[in-house]
Design a protein around this ligand. Structure first.
Ligand code: NAP
Length: 415
């Protein structure tokens, strides 16, 4: 076991292991958490009470999470002088499943984003974002209840891989000259240049995770969202590799949209339908015919845009959860930022971290706890007992504090 300088490993807790590609979760798992900056402490205080209450209610003391605080962001910097101490990454590597609040992105100092660092260091290659409607939330769509999708966004490749050169630097100029001399490709003088690497390996493992999710959860289709009509070898490659993965690894369990109902198909009647849509059309479809989509697999940049757009469609951007999942570790997180102007005011909505906890418990196989939290959230929102952000979109609602919203969720679990 790693010797931790700042973190304290809780006594009596046990390690989650990975075997056969699955997380093996003991009854008293050690789960590291990052409280988060700004409004993070308020949000975490409410969320952890909800998590513990759900586990207690579901398992009556047989199961219990042993929480272990690990440091990142401003809190880490103040204590250790580092924004992302090595032992924080080590703790996630060792204990496998973690949850985090929002972190301040340091300005300057060579760190692009702590979240990107976490994803890349731990190879958390899928960013999973479920988007569904909560009855009563003000939403811009006429029928937001028709949206119920889960987006699998590739998390470590594409233009996010960090190979980017500032305009006017010797590196950018050298690359430009290389492209001209070696490939006779013209890039305007003084340009910034970024690289978009996408591999069969990275694309296929994302698609495999999306298909397994659809199979496990009885979702009817997986849609590959790409811009392969223009970026033929990167995004087009993604589409082809995803289809290949479905065909080669999930033979009779999947069927392409084009082959549905065709004579001679060997696919099972309940096979997951694999379709693809060009990225721009996907945005239209999610507005016009959202009920036709269930799971979406997409490269990094498309996924970034479509996750927030879909969450906004159902009025749920402030409560959208997320999980960054790899084969050996997973970190669940708030998708919003630190909202620093509300820090310490007990005002902000903790829903994003609470729903990320639902995802975490589902990943752990603690479905009963996940279901109770979801039930509590539904009750709290239907009763219109909500924080300021939802209250302003919900006429006739009662505005409550962060902690009181947590109380309402806990009460809702029991009703
Ligand atoms: P932000 O913190 O998400 O806040 C923008 C606005 O969104 C808030 O002022 C608030 O709107 C609303 N909001 C965000 N979270 C909310 C919640 N839980 N409940 C209710 N309303 C919420 O974005 P930002 O101001 O651009 O970023 C602040 C810092 O967070 C930056 O350092 C940024 O880099 C970082 N950040 C971190 C993450 C992450 O760790 N995952 C993600 C994004 C940004 P109103 O003002 O209308 O009330």
């Amino acid at each position: 076991m790693t010797a931790y300088k700042y973190a304290r490993v809780p006594e009596g807790g046990e390690r989650i292991e990975v075997s056969g590609g699955e997380f093996q979760v003991p009854n008293k798992p050690i789960i590291p958490f990052i409280e988060g900056d700004g409004t993070g402490p308020d949000i975490w205080a409410a969320s952890v009470r909800v998590f513990d209450a759900a586990v207690a209610l579901a398992y009556g003391g047989k199961r219990k999470v042993a929480w272990m605080e690990i440091l990142a962001g401003e809190k880490a910097f103040k204590t250790t002088g580092e924004w992302m101490p090595a032992e924080t990454l080590e703790a996630v590597r060792e204990f496998k499943i973690a949850i985090k609040g929002p972190l301040t992105t340091p300005v300057g100092g060579g760190i692009r984003s702590l979240n990107v660092a976490l994803r890349q260091e731990l190879d958390l290659y899928a960013c999973i974002r479920p988007v569904r409607y909560f009855q009563g939330v003000g939403a811009p769509m006429k029928h937001p209840e028709k949206v119920n999708i889960v987006i699998f966004r590739e998390n470590v490749e594409d233009v996010y891989s960090g190979i980017e050169f500032r305009a006017g630097t010797p590196e950018a100029d050298k690359l430009r000259a290389f492209l001209k001399t070696e490939f006779n490709k013209n890039v305007r003088e003084g340009s910034a240049i970024g690289i978009k690497p996408m591999s069969p390996f990275g694309s296929k493992r994302l698609m495999a995770m999306a298909i397994k999710y659809a199979l496990k959860r009885g979702r009817k289709s997986v849609t590959i969202m790409h811009k392969g009509n223009i970026m033929k070898f990167t995004e087009g490659g993604f589409k082809d590799w995803c289809y290949e993965e479905a065909r080669e690894q999930f033979g009779t369990l999947t069927v392409t949209e084009a082959d549905v109902g065709k004579a001679g198909s060997t696919a099972r009647a309940d096979a997951v339908i694999i379709k693809d849509r060009i990225a721009d059309s996907m945005f239209q479809q999610l507005l016009l015919r959202p009920e036709e989509y269930e799971v979406i697999a997409t490269p990094n940049l498309n996924g970034d845009y479509v996750s927030d757009a879909a969450a906004a469609q159902v009025g749920g951007l402030g409560i959208a959860p997320g999980g960054n999942v790899g084969d050996n570790a997973a970190v669940f997180e708030a998708t919003h930022g630190t909202a620093p102007k509300y820090a310490g005011l007990n005002k902000i909505n903790p829903g994003s971290v609470i729903l990320s906890g639902v995802m975490m418990f589902e990943q752990m196989g603690w479905q009963e706890a996940a279901d109770l939290i979801m039930r509590g959230m539904e009750h709290a929102i239907t009763a219109k007992t909500v924080t300021y952000d939802l209250a302003r979109q919900m006429p006739g609602s009662t505005e409550v504090s962060t902690s009181a919203f947590g109380d309402a969720v806990i009460a809702g679990m029991k009703s």
